[in-house]
Ligand binder design. Structure first.
Ligand SMILES: [Zn+2]
Ligand SMILES: [Zn+2]
Length: 176
């Protein structure tokens, strides 16, 4: 009778340690791989160089669990996406500022986009539309205000400023 009870009692008192140990090891490995995968995913959003991403993933793997913490201290502070958006914003702001800060190519006086002539040095800045007299940008092929087609013969802003600069240089040269 004793012989029959003993194995049952034993299995109740002492659980299957091998199974528990294997489950524990499995859990630790899963968590370890998950932290390494997190490191890889985070590195991909912050680093562009594929070799550095691979290196960060390696650090995420070894030393286990400590690696991701080391990586967190060393990783770039912001996402690539955020950095790109910020660069675009800065560029757009600079463009807006440069549009606000238009200057006469000859005397550097501040001019408005609507000016046809520099009020300080009388340099011709833009051509007026033959139909409505609005100032025209150099790239426009048709007037946006009255839909008059702009004849290709009209010199653009750049051409005008170039000839003005040349003529002003010529006058200063003849003055000397
Ligand atoms: Zn001027
Ligand atoms: Zn017009």
């Amino acid at each position: 009778m004793n012989l029959a009870v003993t194995p049952l009692a034993q299995s109740l008192v002492s659980p299957d340690w091998t199974l528990l140990r294997n489950l524990g090891i499995g859990l630790v490995v899963v968590v370890w791989l998950a932290t390494a995968y997190w490191t890889f995913k985070d590195a991909r959003r912050r680093i562009e160089d594929p070799w550095l991403i691979a290196l960060a993933t390696l650090v995420g793997l070894f030393p286990p669990f400590l690696g991701p913490i080391i990586y967190m201290f060393l990783r770039p502070p912001e996402y690539i996406q955020d950095a790109r958006e910020r660069e675009l914003e800065i560029k757009a702001m600079e463009e807006r500022l440069s549009r606000l800060d238009q200057r006469c190519p000859v005397c550097r006086a501040r001019v408005e986009p609507s000016y046809l002539v520099c009020p300080v040095c009388t340099t011709r800045l833009k051509q007026a539309c033959p139909g409505c007299g609005q100032p025209l940008e150099s790239l426009w092929q048709v007037c946006p205000y009255c839909a008059t087609e702009i004849p290709p013969g009209l010199p653009s802003f750049e051409d005008v400023s170039a000839t003005q600069r040349r003529s002003s240089r010529r006058t200063t040269a003849s003055d000397n």
